[in-house]
Design a binder for this molecule. Structure first.
Ligand SMILES: Cc1cc2nc3c(=O)[nH]c(=O)nc-3n(C[C@H](O)[C@H](O)[C@H](O)COP(=O)(O)OP(=O)(O)OC[C@H]3O[C@@H](n4cnc5c(N)ncnc54)[C@H](O)[C@@H]3O)c2cc1C
Length: 425
């Protein structure tokens, strides 16, 4: 009798979860699609989401996400890795077979190409992200340019690689951008330095335009973002004449960004070019808030998560409503935002495989969204960082920290992996 009650109780919980999911889907269907109600993608189909992963790989991923879910383990792991690297201990192999394998495409373009080819089998595109970060110096900045040129040439030969991404701080000194952001006058050397930065980015964008490869320019900290925005606008004006080649990134966790998105579109229309709009919520929330508190200015970040969500979803809607004037790139792991975007496309009768609309998630995360959207015919591309293990460490540490702080995301990944392993038994 007791056993029967437990089984019945578990059954009730499962039925409630299923019913809740169905009612969210129905709510969106009824409120956004009305008479034109078409079924939305199911993000809990783990068979589709993890078809490309063996049981062994799934178990490794489960172990990794479970470890990252523990803040104590993550803090110790990061501290130990930093120490081991500074002491030049041979830990590259361990990192490469664990966290690197989960979140990166390979140590070089050739290795990344294999991962990209695998994703192509599932109709998933790739954004090549040369993940070397946090290094400064004119030599380093100059040396990065040929790496990006190589990536563009390679992408142009591949069916499913139509994007590369870059960070302006990979080509410019942080302090220079900070000074420009404050509107301080640059001295003669600094003016020459800024000119070199513009030349580097221009070389990359002009090559990308010639080979029809799109360039996503990442958004970074708000106190260096103005010169990045201006650079993006200049590049877009030059290379986005017929369609979006260069994309600026809009962080909707900043309350200024939805109005700025609208201004950017107006500017593009006045100057007769297409806006490239990559929409994200934003990755530097804690840093932004801490700096604002320390320096005593109002935080530029939205007051609550709900405010960020609202501006994110409103921005997606706004872009969809103006889709013939822009290229839209929806960078999010948020299932609701993706479902709402699909619903909006359907309500506006925008075809599933519209040329100007891409959904994107990071490699190694939210496969349930990427693979299920792609299976339904939407354009999906994964951000695929690559580079030597030691150079992509800042990226990997961010992933580890993000998966610790975003408890919900880690829980979701673990739940889905467990579900799939159970299904395969
Ligand atoms: C393809 C892709 C490209 C990306 N490129 C960039 C980039 O160029 N620049 C960049 O900064 N980030 C970038 N990101 C990261 C992104 O900004 C988010 O940090 C990350 O995707 C989590 O947000 P979400 O929409 O996926 O999901 P969610 O889990 O729904 O949202 C989490 C996000 O909501 C916001 N948030 C959380 N709590 C609060 C709160 N209390 N108040 C206000 N806001 C809150 C934060 O932005 C947080 O990261 C990218 C992400 C993807 C998937």
């Amino acid at each position: 009798m007791f056993k029967f009650s437990i089984i019945y109780f578990l059954f009730l919980i499962a039925a409630n979860i299923y019913a809740a999911q169905q009612s969210i889907r129905l709510y969106i269907c009824n409120n956004f699609l009305k008479d034109n109600c078409v079924m939305l993608p199911e993000f809990d189909n783990t068979e589709i989401a993890f078809k490309y992963r063996t049981n062994k790989e799934l178990k490794q991923a489960r172990f990794l996400f479970a470890s990252m879910g523990s803040p104590a383990l993550t803090t110790i792991g990061i501290a130990f890795t930093k120490l081991a690297m500074s002491l030049k201990l041979p830990i590259n192999g361990i990192i490469k077979n664990t966290i690197f394998k989960q979140f990166c495409g390979g140590e070089n373009l050739e290795e990344a190409a294999e991962t990209a080819a695998m994703l192509n089998d599932y109709h998933i595109g790739v954004i090549l992200d040369y993940g070397v970060e946090g290094k400064e110096g004119e030599e380093t900045f100059d040396a990065a340019v040929p790496e990006f040129m190589k990536a563009i040439d390679f992408a142009a030969t591949q069916k499913n690689i139509s994007f590369i991404s870059l960070k302006v701080t990979g080509f410019a000194r942080f302090a220079l951008l900070e000074k420009m952001n404050k509107n301080e006058e640059l001295n003669i050397e600094e003016q020459a330095e800024w000119q070199r930065v513009q030349n580097r980015i221009d070389l990359i964008c002009s090559k990308a335009a010639a080979r029809d490869i799109k360039v996503l320019i990442d958004a970074e900290e708000s106190w260096i973002q103005n010169p990045i925005d201006e650079l993006c606008d200049t590049m877009m004006e030059q290379y986005n004449k017929t369609h979006a080649i260069v994309y600026n990134t809009f962080q909707l966790y900043l309350h200024s960004r939805l109005p700025f998105l609208k201004i950017s579109l107006q500017k593009a229309q006045q100057k007769n070019y297409k806006l490239g709009a990559k929409l994200v919520r934003g990755a530097y929330m804690e840093k932004e808030r801490q700096r604002a508190a320390a320096l005593g200015y109002p935080s530029p970040v939205q007051a609550t998560k709900e405010h960020s969500d609202k501006d994110y979803n409103d921005s997606v809607d706004y872009c969809m409503e103006h889709i013939s004037y822009l290229g839209l790139f929806i960078g999010t792991h948020n299932e609701k935002s993706c479902l709402q975007a699909v619903a909006k496309m359907q309500s506006l009768n925008i075809e599933t495989k519209h040329n100007n609309i891409y959904f994107s998630q990071l490699f190694g995360m939210s496969d349930n969204i990427s693979f299920n959207l792609a299976a339904q015919g939407f354009r999906v591309a994964k951000y695929l960082p690559y580079g030597p293990v030691k150079d992509v460490m800042p990226y990997l540490m961010r992933r580890a920290q993000e998966n610790t702080s975003v408890a919900g995301q880690t829980g979701r990944e673990l739940g889905l992996i467990n579900k799939e392993l159970q299904r395969r038994k």
